[in-house]
Design a protein around this ligand. Structure first.
Ligand code: TRP
Length: 467
């Protein structure tokens, strides 16, 4: 193992300068914050509320919780194990660990495609967040009026040049961080700032929950109406679980490849899952009571965050200042997540084709600007263009979260349960017997071999109307 990792270090040369350097993850806390930095992002603050609002609230959240526990968590542990064993990028990890001539590397390749599709729309939403930092700083967004806030968001996204420009700013920002090899620095910043975001979210929750008429929002969040739970809704919840924990496309394989041998994988993954859930629920508590109290549209979708957050801050002392901080911290959380997405193709290109980190990053981001443009323009020039009945923005989102990530996760589970086998899993999860966790190992193996793949398969077939 040691020779393998040394070899890779030499082969990837400057890659080792970034946060990918093994010693960046020298402490348990480093691993935890890096993994958390990938998981926590726009998924919690933007996507979770948007989807919860569109899919009926509490019942959706309950289904999402089950998916997180029975699908997201096992897949995350699986990816960490594989990455740590092979110590390679996602594609080469699968190629190395698979029996000869079996094309398991295709999982990694599908992950590469998913990375592009996700970044294509994620960078646009991040662009809106960046734009809102500046809008907030110029003092132009604070209002509790639904029509005003909706118009203000609409003006941003329906201007094609603004949409493209903000996306490019985000791509250049992420590229610069990766190229300068300062990702490690960003991880450090993230580590300090995530708790701040957490505190600010709590403050927003308190304001939101004390608004007149907040009760409706609580009911929406905690009083389930299962009549709204259809096949496509369950698939959406499962897709969100994959997206939230950054699993199903190789991000966690890549991160696992930097884990130390004595990192406790089940404990790490569980902590990440719990912390991530907490942030999502807080975002829900910050947003929904205000949605109902102030008369916003609960099913607004992508615009929900950008309409409601200014409204909550508008009714808060010091709101004009704290709203800037809120969007700034959200932008930073989004940056950590984006680095972890772009890291997948960049790691592959550097390790497979011996490209320098600079070239690989430029290539990836250039491609992303191309693939991303139709997503950026989905609210203006291309708003009438639909493929399979969806705009590019929605299509990228749907195809990645609802198809590619679940399919990736399904095959990762099949690989672990049926190809890699119990002995390998036991060694990996117990750190070669150093941890006394036979119970966890046995439970995990049963779940990952039978329950998770079956669930994912059924939800996929039902959600895509194949069943
Ligand atoms: N989990 C991140 C979020 O919620 C997004 C993300 C980062 C991601 N890396 C990923 C999603 C890999 C899927 C796969 O914002």
């Amino acid at each position: 193992m040691e020779t393998a990792s040394e070899g890779q270090k030499v082969a990837t040369g400057e890659v080792a300068r970034g946060f990918r350097k093994r010693d960046a993850f020298a402490t348990g806390l480093g691993v935890l914050t890096a993994t958390l930095g990938s998981a926590v992002g726009l998924g919690n603050i933007w996507k979770f509320p948007a989807m919860t609002g569109q899919n009926g609230g509490a019942a959706f959240i309950i289904v999402y919780l089950f998916c997180t526990l029975l699908v997201g968590l096992p897949v995350m542990m699986s990816e960490h194990m594989l990455g740590r064993r092979a110590r390679k990028d996602a594609i080469n990890t699968m190629r190395d660990l698979a029996p000869r001539r079996q094309p398991w590397w295709l999982i990694g390749a599908a992950g590469g495609l998913a990375a592009f599709l996700i970044m294509a729309f994620y960078s646009e939403v991040a662009g809106w967040v960046f734009a809102y930092v500046f809008k907030a700083a110029s003092g132009s967004i604070l209002s509790t009026d639904p029509a005003t806030n909706s118009a203000s968001f609409g003006a941003l996204v329906s201007d094609p040049w603004q949409a493209l420009l903000w996306q490019w700013i985000v791509l250049i920002w992420v590229g610069a961080i990766i190229m300068m090899g300062v990702s490690k620095g960003i991880e450090r910043v993230t580590k300090k700032l995530l708790p701040l975001l957490f505190v600010l979210l709590i403050a927003v929750c308190v304001r939101s929950l004390t608004l007149d008429g907040a009760g409706e929002g609580i009911k929406f969040l905690f009083n389930p109406d299962f009549s709204k739970v259809t096949g496509p809704v369950v698939l959406a919840a499962m897709g969100l679980a994959f997206f939230k924990l950054s699993v199903g496309m190789g991000t966690m394989i890549t991160y696992g490849s930097y884990f130390k041998e004595d990192q406790n994988i089940p404990a790490t993954a569980t902590k990440v899952m719990l912390a991530d859930l907490t942030v999502s629920i807080l975002a829900g508590l910050a947003i929904f009571p205000a949605v109902f109290a102030l008369g916003f549209d609960v099913a607004a979708g992508p615009s929900l965050l950008f309409e409601i957050i200014p409204a909550v801050f508008a009714s808060m002392p010091g709101g004009d200042f704290f709203v800037i901080i809120f969007f700034l911290l959200t932008a930073i959380a989004a940056t950590g997540a984006m680095i972890s997405i772009v890291e997948v193709p960049v790691a592959f290109l550097t390790e497979q084709f011996r490209l320098s980190r600079q070239t690989a990053t430029l290539l990836t981001l250039g491609l992303l600007a191309l693939v991303g443009a139709p997503a950026a323009l989905s609210f203006s020039e291309l708003s009438e263009t639909s493929i399979f009945g969806k705009t590019f923005f929605d299509l990228y989102d749907y195809a990645s979260s609802n198809i590619l990530l679940p399919v990736g996760g399904l095959f990762i589970c099949i690989f672990i349960g049926w190809v890699w086998g119990f002995d390998n899993v036991k060694r990996a999860l117990s750190n070669d017997g150093a941890l006394n966790n036979q119970g966890i190992v046995a439970l995990f193996f049963t779940v990952v071999k039978y329950i998770t793949p079956l669930l994912v398969l059924l939800v996929l077939l039902d959600g895509l109307n194949i069943l």
